[in-house]
Design a protein around this ligand. Structure first.
Ligand SMILES: C[S@@+](CC[C@H](N)C(=O)[O-])C[C@H]1O[C@@H](n2cnc3c(N)ncnc32)[C@H](O)[C@@H]1O
Length: 327
């Protein structure tokens, strides 16, 4: 049963055992997690953690030989605890991605997107291309209403200086997000950037939802969830990291980031989707021809007509195409 008030519960233990002990079936709205990658001698973090002394010790890795079974065990728990319609976003490197994909495909979870996160500070190479991306596997549990807040960050009519849709760009499945330096701050070995977590939380959950992270590390997911007014739960096996960040998250106020994040408004034109009648179609064509004759280019005309007819750009463009063909 879902708890009534907001809550923040973190456990310094193995996530598989911890989930069995503390998380009820169907109780979590969103899981965002970043498991250890099972890369022996992983030095990827050194490029952005310039000063190793600020990196918390005790990071627990998984052996490569155990990774497939380990992935299968925690992903089975994730499937169990998600509510129907709830979402799972797993961040993974390429090396052992296959194990995560196999584990996900062994569940009832449905793949929604395979997102590429392009980051900065890839390790430079001389004999091959630089690896500079991770994978974000976005899956949903069937059987319930999925949360996807389409206008969480941009309205449908917001455009950049080149007249491109900001919403469309934000919804593309390649995300270019820099890692954070945080000079002089104590941090975990591979911390996810806030911008990436804010984006996932804004699109995939609602205020008051429960966000879970099976591998808290620096508690980045939980910190963002709390500061955006969501409940947060999770597990971290490394006591040093757990103790440090558990104390840090207590200092964060519920919803404290709410005024600082970009929020889109649903500015879908009121007549969007309405059937075109003959009068309206005739007026559209006539106004379009007038505009073109007065020297307005096609794109500008579509923008103006979208405001005038209270319909989306696509709809105006499509209708003009069919009218021009018919005339
Ligand atoms: C890639 S890091 C997570 C980083 C985190 N997303 C952040 O932004 O700080 C993976 C974390 O999982 C922890 N870990 C490893 N095995 C675990 C297990 N069985 N249960 C819980 N945590 C585990 C590691 O100690 C490490 O802190």
């Amino acid at each position: 049963m879902k708890k009534a008030a907001m809550y923040y519960e973190f456990y310094n233990q193995d996530c598989i055992q911890g989930a069995k002990e503390h998380l009820e079936d169907n109780s979590i709205d969103l899981i965002i997690t970043d498991p250890p990658f099972a890369i022996e001698g992983d030095k990827l973090h050194k490029h952005y953690n310039r000063k190793e002394s600020f990196v918390i010790e005790g990071y627990v890795e998984i052996l490569k030989d155990e990774y497939a079974e380990f992935s299968q065990l925690w992903i089975t728990e994730a499937e169990r605890v998600l509510r129907p319609g709830g979402a799972l976003a797993v961040v993974s490197g390429y090396s052992n991605l296959i194990d995560i994909l196999n584990a996900l495909r062994g569940t009832t979870l449905k793949e929604i997107n395979h997102i590429i996160w392009k980051y900065n500070f890839g390790v430079s190479t001389k004999t091959k291309f630089v690896s500079s991306h991770y994978h974000i596997l976005y899956y949903c549990k069937p059987g319930g209403e999925k949360t996807f807040n389409n206008f969480a960050r941009f309205g449908s009519r917001e455009r950049n200086g080149e007249n491109r849709s900001l919403l469309y760009q934000d919804l593309e499945d390649v995300w270019i997000i820099n890692r954070e330096y945080k000079p002089g701050e104590i941090k975990n070995k591979n911390e996810l950037p806030s911008a990436l977590l804010i984006k996932l939380v804004q699109y995939l959950s609602r205020p008051g939802d429960v966000v879970c992270d099976f591998f808290l590390g620096g508690f980045s997911t939980a910190k963002i969830a709390k500061s955006l007014g969501r409940s947060a739960v999770g597990f971290e096996i490394n006591k040093i990291s757990f103790d440090h960040h558990h104390e840090e998250i207590e200092k964060i106020k519920v919803n404290e980031l709410a005024g600082d994040v970009r929020v889109g408004k649903d500015d879908t034109p009121p007549r969007s989707g309405a059937v075109w009648n003959q009068d309206e179609s005739d007026q559209l064509l006539s106004r379009y021809l007038q505009m073109r004759q007065s020297g307005i280019n096609k794109q500008k005309a579509i923008n103006l007509l979208s405001d005038e007819f209270q319909r989306g750009h696509w709809s105006i463009n499509h209708k003009l195409g069919t009218l021009e063909m018919a005339n």
